[in-house]
Ligand binder design. Structure first.
Ligand SMILES: N[C@@H](CCC(=O)N[C@@H](CS)C(=O)NCC(=O)O)C(=O)O
Ligand SMILES: [Fe+2]
Length: 296
């Protein structure tokens, strides 16, 4: 699956409001590129949306004379809005995500009581199955199903670069949480084993960096570095120990502040709700629908 001798260009864009890392991965030969996990800005205090992050990516694409062939999400994000739809409208490029997004859609259709919503993945142009391949110019990109953080998470492997989203974080930060609806620490462990089975030199690009102890944001590690020093994995000899560590930590984490606003946008491939008759768009917030709460 991996061809370590092929080294695509990877440009990262860090969003400091949500600690998200967005990527443009490009083929040096043809200038074709894919945008991965773009953020649509949302300020929950004012209800304002903006395209500051997405426009920064488009400016880079234009300056580097790249052609956007794909807009890819690794999973339906629970902490920020996806700019996939906006970038599709700007570039015409197709949007894609993992095929198990339909399971996440079915789950949240119930939570939001969305009668009219079709949980069939038709909101994207393409849904990827585990093991499927596609092209970005001359680059071969392949898809690994990597659930655990969400039911639908996938990793994109492109030459020597793997976009591992919220599975492993930087070695000093460990791993992603597994307590969202449909999450599973056991599945995350299995998904991590799949990523660590890639060659040691594989460059790993994470989906978030929460800057522990206030250090500068970082997003690139390697399989070898993660094996040697991931702060969660190095404390666990067995799957059972990992599950216990992950679940204990998850119990201490409040829900992301944007989970309820974000999933209704992201399960619709980043489309905002249609405006009502007065021209204003509204979000729907279910009360007492998620089990877990931390009050202080
Ligand atoms: N405080 C952040 C939390 C975001 C969050 O939960 N991030 C997920 C990835 S979407 C995670 O795995 N976090 C790990 C952690 O906080 O230890 C927010 O409110 O947005
Ligand atoms: Fe996430």
């Amino acid at each position: 699956m991996t061809n370590i001798s092929i080294r695509p260009n990877v440009e990262a864009f860090f969003d400091k409001r949500t600690f998200s890392v967005q990527y443009v991965v490009s083929d040096p030969e043809t200038g074709a590129c894919a945008i991965i996990d773009p953020v649509l800005d949302f300020d929950e205090k004012s209800g304002a949306t903006a395209t500051i992050n997405a426009d920064r990516i488009l400016n880079y694409v234009e300056a580097a004379k790249l052609k956007v062939e794909w807009i890819l999400d690794t999973h339906p994000h629970a902490d920020h809005f996806s700019a996939a739809h906006y970038l599709h409208m700007q570039t015409g490029a197709p949007c894609a995500i993992g095929s198990h997004v339909v399971d996440v859609q079915a789950l949240w259709k119930g939570i939001y009581n969305w009668e009219e919503f079709e949980p069939d993945g038709s909101q994207w142009h393409r849904l990827f199955e585990h093991g499927e391949s596609f092209r970005i110019g001359e680059l071969n990109a392949s898809v690994m199903f990597s659930p655990g953080h969400t039911l639908a998470s996938i990793t994109y492997v492109i030459g020597d670069a793997a976009f591992v989203h919220d599975t492993l974080f930087m070695p000093d930060s460990g791993t992603a949480r597994t307590d969202f609806p449909g999450g599973s620490a056991e599945q995350l462990w299995q998904s991590i084993q799949g990523i660590l089975a890639l060659p040691d030199e594989t460059r790993l690009f994470v989906g978030h960096d929460y800057q522990p102890d206030g250090r500068s944001p970082m997003w690139q590690s390697s399989v070898g570095e993660q094996k040697a020093s991931n702060s969660h994995l190095s404390r666990c000899q067995t799957k059972e120990e990992f599950i216990a560590l992950r679940e204990a930590r998850d119990k201490t984490l409040p829900m992301p502040k944007l989970i309820l606003p974000a999933l209704q946008i992201n399960l619709n491939a980043g489309r905002l709700p249609e405006p009502e008759a007065n021209g204003t768009r509204y979000l729907k917030i279910p009360l007492n629908a998620l089990g877990s709460v931390i009050w202080d």
